[in-house]
Design a protein around this ligand. Sequence first.
Ligand code: BGC
Length: 348
Amino acid sequence: MVEVQKFDTLNDEDINLYRISNKTGAYVEILNYGGIIKSICIPDKNGMLVDVIIGFENINNYIKAERGYFGAIVGRYANRIKNATFTLNNETYQLAKNDGNNHLHGGYNGFDKRIWEVEILEQENGIRLGLLSKHMDENYPGNLNVSVKYIFDDMNSLTIHYEAWSDADTILNLTNHAYFNLGGHNSGHIGNTLLKINADGYLPTDNELIPLGNIAKVEGTVFDFRNYRRICEGLDSYDPQILLAKGYDHNFVLDKNQGNYAASCYCEETGIKMDCFTDMPGLQLYTGNFIDIDFYGKESYVYKRQEGFCLETQYFPNSINNPEWLQPILGKNEKYDSITSYAFSIIQ
Ligand code: BGC
């Protein structure tokens, strides 16, 4: 069931909240602003609903926290592009340098800051968000039509289906930037969360968090999540890559031998487990190292550093400048079509 209510007003426009509930009473809440996932409320091992998403109660606070991209759809290009420039069909494009010398998450006015059109999908139990991004929007070529569906099923699985079409060759790398805390959004540091990632390799970065270009083996490092490991083991370590990024802020090279399975994580206190599936080649683990907020989040909680983590499915960061990697190119009149899902369950 999908219910709509007014969430807030921005420049005289209504910002609406869409609550997608399933038969068990669990629900997901989405805003038409940024396509933000505001909440995911699912039962814990005692059957109590727990909200596992970091977020805010009004649009002003989302805007104040915009550098955190809380819960938002990120585009056109999620993650970083070195020197904010790329070349396509012999044409060089200069994008916004909104992260030092580099481009981050689509620029100053990315998809996270747009008001999306919304269509309710009763049959599928979800909503479809639509956006037209004009040719040279944030300096990216092509008129781009974007559609993002959020579907929440009775098994407590949230599926995000990204589709897009462009009338000229362009680049595109869409993701969602939800911060999860499986202990509950206001339960504090995520260090005790157990995490498993289906990856033998990851992308080490320079001090601007741009991948160096090589794929490093996770074996023998705190990046080895092939078996469950507590996130704090890495966060507390002196691994040079962790020190450089002030935590995990790295892309994992997903092993595709197990299909679309990407990662699992769980919290012992609530028993809540989340599995992530994607057809994308990369998974950015970001442990909220830069969360620095001095105003209220949901339920008047003030979020601190590393109180949520993101599992952002995507093409590798700066892949457009690394031709040997899978290219984030969307050809003229081709279809961008990608699915990521976050499936929740309980471990007793
Ligand atoms: C990036 C971080 C960045 C954050 C912004 C993440 O996806 O990897 O480096 O600071 O987004 O909230």
